[in-house]
Ligand binder design. Structure first.
Ligand SMILES: Cc1ncc(COP(=O)(O)O)c(C=O)c1O
Length: 453
């Protein structure tokens, strides 16, 4: 297939995630064909810094032969075998290494095919446990506006991004959504402390109104990633966790984005936010994106409630053909070894101040309403009116316009409506961080100027 054929076929027949129906046939997606370190190369041979690390996932960077070799060796030895009645030592070893790094008594690892299926697994387990415990009504899940937990039916049902809910069905009886926790949305004169108190009250009020007997779990990303890198006020997770404990509501921490180094630790729940969740979900960085895999990690305490005589001979009828795929496990182990050997967690902690300083330095530029983030996660929110409440219709294209300008100059971003999101490979250097923000700053100014002309 020559290049034009490939573009035509891609435009008309390859259904991409979040495909805009009006755009089918008209898109002109860049073909990304090669990669190395923090760079990807497009079909025109241009080298670009990968701002979003693929999709928040290529932790150790591209072109790691060590991971490719581990995957190839494993594929030659045993590409696949059913995980239902048998097992393989590579996957068991990987489960043990994941559990070793998870906080506290989170030591039961259920491998899935990605983040969405890990979220499904967690919710199905929570329901299963309550069924076994004779609490059939304790099933509702509390989530939050702007949360993204995945694209399977169940994971989508607990996701709170309004636009994603417009045209697709979802079981509305399952989830309750708390208001946005973005401190940018504080009312005039409201302090961050007052805002925090309000958000904590939102959670407690919902539990009291619906009744703790009807609520199974609270699910939360430590930082709402695809919702626009929303960092809740300091102390938010700890206080939510305390409320959950008070009412016997389980805490599911969705660390699909934050685990495996993005905030400078294997997992962020305990080390960064001081909580010991009942379940942690991870994916993406689990294999540095070299092969699909996710995991739901359950605490010993939860497992105690469903095993032995308490298990009543029940089966947790949930799983996937590719649960614990040996080639993905090999990729995950190799990635973990690289993170350890190259002290990548320390590296993230040492480059974070520069990343965050350069990010916040964009705040004074035209168009920029907010520049926020944590660790190696950042988001620049823009609006033509520089109004945090501006109508998104006016600003719909802004993220894409800034991304297109950046791509001309060597940086690819993740545009989300009026926001530009960045979460580069964790191995990014100080020099590359500076280069990234220099390009982004210039692109914002160019887009602002072209509108003014
Ligand atoms: C926080 C969070 N949870 C779950 C998911 C779903 O993961 P996947 O796309 O691997 O199914 C994502 C994906 O971006 C995510 O960001």
């Amino acid at each position: 297939m020559d290049n034009t054929d490939a573009k035509n076929w891609d435009n008309n027949h390859f259904m991409h995630p979040w495909e805009g129906m009006n755009e089918i046939g008209k898109n002109n997606r860049a073909f990304i064909e090669a990669s190395n370190g923090v760079y990807v190369t497009n079909d025109a041979g241009e080298k670009l810094i990968d701002g979003p690390a693929g999709m928040w996932c290529v932790q150790v960077g591209y072109g790691r032969h060590e991971i490719a070799d581990a995957m190839a060796d494993q594929a030659r030895k045993l590409a696949y075998f059913s995980p239902f009645n048998n097992t393989s030592s590579i996957t068991t070893l990987f489960a043990r290494e994941v559990a070793k790094r998870a906080p506290g008594d989170l030591n039961h690892v259920f491998f899935t095919t990605g983040g969405s299926t890990a979220v499904d697994t967690a919710i199905r387990f929570v329901h299963f446990r309550n069924n076994l415990m004779g609490r059939p009504n304790k099933k509702k899940i509390i989530s939050r506006q702007k949360a993204y937990h995945g694209s399977t039916y169940l994971a989508a049902a607990v996701s709170g991004k309004e636009r994603d809910r417009l045209w697709l069905d979802k079981p509305d009886e399952l989830a309750v959504f708390l208001p946005d926790v973005n401190p940018l949305l504080r009312k005039n004169g409201q302090t961050v402390t007052d805002f925090l108190n309000e958000k904590i009250a939102d959670l407690e009020n919902v539990i009291v109104a619906i009744g703790a007997d009807n609520i199974a779990a609270f699910i939360a990303e430590p930082i709402l990633a695809s919702g626009g890198v929303i960092v809740p006020p300091e102390g938010y997770h700890k206080r939510c966790f305390e409320i959950c404990q008070k009412y016997d509501v389980l805490y599911i921490s969705d660390e699909v984005v934050t685990a495996f180094g993005r905030l400078g630790h294997w997992f962020a729940s305990k080390e960064v936010f001081g909580i010991q969740p009942d379940i942690i979900i991870c994916a993406k960085g689990l294999t540095s994106g070299y092969s699909p895999m996710g995991a739901a990690i359950f605490s010993e305490r939860l497992m105690d409630d469903v095993t032995g005589p308490k298990g009543r001979g029940a089966t947790f009828s949930n799983g996937y053909t590719y649960s614990g795929h040996p080639v993905s496990a090999a990729a995950g182990l190799a990635s973990m070894q690289i993170i350890e050997r190259e002290n990548i967690l320390d590296h993230v902690r040492s480059v974070t101040p520069l990343f965050q300083e350069r990010l916040r330095g964009l705040s004074s530029l035209p168009l920029v309403v907010d520049a926020r983030g944590m660790g190696l996660m950042g988001c620049v929110q823009c609006s033509y009116e520089r109004d945090k409440n501006s109508s998104l219709e006016n600003d719909y294209e802004l993220g894409a316009l800034i991304d297109a300008e950046c791509q001309k100059n060597g940086l690819v971003l993740r545009p989300i409506i009026n926001m530009c999101v960045m979460s580069p490979p964790l191995v990014i250097s100080d020099g590359q961080i500076n280069q990234m923000f220099d390009i982004l700053g210039r692109a914002i100014k160019t887009v602002a100027t072209s509108r003014a002309l």
